[in-house]
Design a protein around this ligand. Structure first.
Ligand SMILES: [Ca+2]
Ligand SMILES: [Ca+2]
Length: 169
């Protein structure tokens, strides 16, 4: 009984540590990008600017701590997601990629190019740094997003933009 008891404690600790250390971004994906926004939606400064949508397709809230976005795979730590409420399961987080951080905390200091670009989403914290997700897209037509359809799925396609909402609907 004593041995079994120790074994159970060890298993519990192992699973517990794994959950804290390695799975900070479990379930998160880059879900949609719009690089040529001319009539789709405006930011809090009233501007039609580019954006990146993150989706939590997992089953647990995910902390924003130590998560970074970049438009340069060689510099993944360009911009840390601002502190705030965890990203709840089944919800989206919209980041303005307008190069105007002075317009608010959800404005990244880089833009994404309508002729094609890379967006890199990384975890860079106390654990092993890793790429959570990356999307390389080509030229975009105005107001046609590059999106995972179905929402959070494997395939990326050109689609009607759905900022902060389910893709492909
Ligand atoms: Ca703006
Ligand atoms: Ca969407």
């Amino acid at each position: 009984m004593l041995i079994l008891g120790k074994g159970m404690v060890l298993v519990w600790l192992f699973v517990g540590c794994g959950g804290v250390r390695g799975d900070q971004a479990e379930g998160l994906v880059l879900n949609e990008v719009l690089a040529r926004n001319t009539i789709t939606n405006v930011d809090d400064a009233g501007e039609f600017d580019d954006w990146i949508e993150i989706f939590n397709g997992g089953e647990e809230p995910v902390s924003r701590k130590d998560l970074f976005l970049s438009d340069d795979g060689n510099a993944p730590a360009r911009w840390p997601l601002p502190e705030g409420d965890p990203i709840e399961p089944g919800t989206w987080l919209l980041v303005w990629a307008d190069g105007q951080p002075e317009q608010g905390e959800m404005h990244a200091p880089f833009k994404i190019g309508g002729m094609g670009e890379t967006v890199v989403f990384s975890y860079i914290g106390s654990g092993e740094p890793r790429t959570i997700d990356q999307v390389d897209f080509g030229e975009q037509l105005p107001d046609l997003a590059w999106a995972r359809v179905p929402n959070g799925g494997v395939e990326w396609v050109a689609a009607t933009p759905t900022p902060g909402e389910t893709n492909g609907e």
